[in-house]
Design a protein around this ligand. Structure first.
Ligand SMILES: Cc1cc2nc3c(=O)[nH]c(=O)nc-3n(C[C@H](O)[C@H](O)[C@H](O)COP(=O)(O)OP(=O)(O)OC[C@H]3O[C@@H](n4cnc5c(N)ncnc54)[C@H](O)[C@@H]3O)c2cc1C
Length: 463
């Protein structure tokens, strides 16, 4: 009989792992504590709005993500972002300034000063290689294009991805490919200029089916629920794992469902829970390696975040909201919001006709204390902050808030070393595997790629 694989956690990581195991003919049981799958990747449809609870868009860049979309083709429909999504803004001194997308716009932008622009142009002469194998993101940008770019531009972009601090995040952990280029090439500009030639001479890659930023008809929650449906009886929702133990060749998994304490026997166990939950499930193990991994996972910091989805009648908004939205750089220290996405300008399906939808992010590493406020206080904070900037009249027709005490793991300095230590200990936990956004990337692309890789490792062991 084929191996029984138990997966704990039905977010995108666990669903992807279970999906590939099932397609390879393995018996899979996915235990999810909540009533529905998706984890942070969920969508609520209300009053004609699509309210993304967690992720909003995916950048098509990884073959594993494209493959997953193709495999699910009969069950989901991919939606590509409108052209407006390319227009991005940065908040600076009470104004929204466009992020330059070409060299001329770079020269004329009011985002950075004239000396800072000169510094960018002098990159081939002034840039230096890193002093350390693990520079921070800020160190990387400072060395290449100067500190103003870090504080006024790049820091905002990073806040949009990690909700974190460029002065603490590790370049090799967050962007390993860029870190490699940084170690090998002194100037990024000269490296970039040499690329078109390298590309022409390189063998052609297969054509991409989708380009840029995508979502799914019905929201990204439609992707996770489609995988959940395909798992059929292999999916058990309302099933919270409380413990596990190795018993020779098998693993016993304890879980609660409908008030009952149940046990499942597994040949292999995949933990696909967030890092703090995985730590809790490992810390009481009889296996010392599991306890050491738990201690490592507990040291990973994650930032709290609140996502507010605010829907308005179009007539109550004076601003055209044409573009992706805006992000806030580290230099705007006292500005209470991390950024605002103009949801229906990117994917029109997110608001009904005659309405607009804003996604407001509050908290992150800059203002974690704000996430302690009540929902009503946060809606008021957002409205007071946005009223003049976006010319808002009246109240929103819909206000939905989602709280994440541990929204996104921060890959601070030391993260690659920590991951190496964890992965070196894993062989001492036979038949146990870890997947999730705390190891090799936080985006949906990363989670899907890493979950697929893990299933391939398991399938190769049993070949
Ligand atoms: C607000 C926000 C916005 C984001 N925006 C984007 C974006 O636009 N694009 C992008 O690419 N990425 C984005 N990300 C990152 C990305 O969405 C996440 O990194 C990714 O979805 C994490 O998926 P996961 O499956 O690893 O974890 P999770 O989604 O956290 O799933 C873990 C699952 O485990 C379950 N669980 C927990 N405890 C137990 C237990 N004891 N027993 C059984 N089940 C349990 C949980 O209920 C949950 O379903 C965003 C993240 C957040 C929080």
């Amino acid at each position: 009989m084929s191996e029984h694989i138990v997966v704990i956690g039905g977010g995108i990581s666990g669903l992807t792992a279970a999906w590939h195991m099932q397609r390879a003919g393995r018996r899979v049981t996915l235990l999810e504590s909540e009533a529905t799958v998706g984890g942070v990747t969920r969508t609520i449809a209300q009053q004609g709005f699509l309210l993304e609870q967690g992720p909003f868009n995916v950048l098509v860049r990884d073959p594993a993500f494209e493959e997953l979309l193709t495999e699910l083709a009969g069950s989901i429909e991919v939606v590509t972002a409108g052209k407006a999504a390319k227009l991005r803004y940065i908040y600076r001194g009470g104004r929204l300034l466009a992020v330059p997308t070409n060299p001329l716009a770079m020269l004329t932008t009011p985002l950075i000063s004239f000396p800072a622009k000169l510094r960018v142009l002098l990159e081939p002469f002034m840039a230096r290689r890193p002093h350390t194998p693990e520079p921070t993101l800020a160190d990387f940008v400072n060395r290449h294009v100067g500190r103003e770019m870090t504080d006024h531009v790049f820091g905002a972009v990073i806040s949009g991805i990690f909700g974190g601090d460029v002065y603490q995040l590790s370049l090799p952990a967050c962007f390993p490919t860029i870190a490699e280029i940084d170690q090998k090439h002194r100037s990024l500009l000269l490296y970039g200029l040499s690329r078109p030639f390298a590309k022409r001479t390189a063998p052609k890659k297969s054509r991409r089916k989708w380009k840029g930023m995508v979502s799914i008809t019905g929201g990204l929650g439609a992707l996770t629920s489609a995988i959940g449906k395909h798992l059929g009886d292999g999916l058990q929702v309302n099933s919270r794992v409380t413990g596990w133990q190795s018993t020779g060749q098998m693993i016993e998994v304890n879980y609660e469902s409908a008030g009952r304490q149940l046990v499942l026997a597994a040949d292999r166990l995949i933990f696909a829970t967030a890092h703090h939950t995985t730590a809790q499930l490992l810390e009481n193990s009889a296996n010392p390696a599991a306890r050491t991994i738990a201690a490592e996972l507990q040291k990973i910091v994650s930032v709290p975040l609140v996502v507010l989805n605010l829907g308005f009648r179009s007539s109550n908004l004076g601003h055209p909201l044409h573009g992706f939205g805006y992000l806030v750089p580290p230099s705007e220290r006292d500005y209470p919001l991390m950024g605002v996405l103009w949801a229906d300008s990117i994917f029109p399906q997110h608001a009904p006709p005659g309405h607009r939808l804003l996604r407001v992010f509050i908290g992150g590493s800059r203002h974690p204390q704000l996430t302690q406020q009540t929902d009503q206080e946060l809606v008021e904070l957002a409205l007071n902050t946005l009223r003049n900037l976006l010319q808002i009249k009246g109240q929103p027709v819909i206000a939905n808030s989602v709280r994440y005490p541990h929204a996104i793991p921060q890959y601070h300095l030391g993260h690659p070393e920590r991951v190496r230590r964890i992965e070196a200990l894993l062989p001492r936990l036979p038949r146990v595997h870890l997947v999730g956004n705390y190891l090799h990337g936080v985006s949906l692309n990363d989670c899907i790629r890493e979950a697929k890789k893990t299933t391939q490792v398991i399938l190769n062991i049993n070949h």
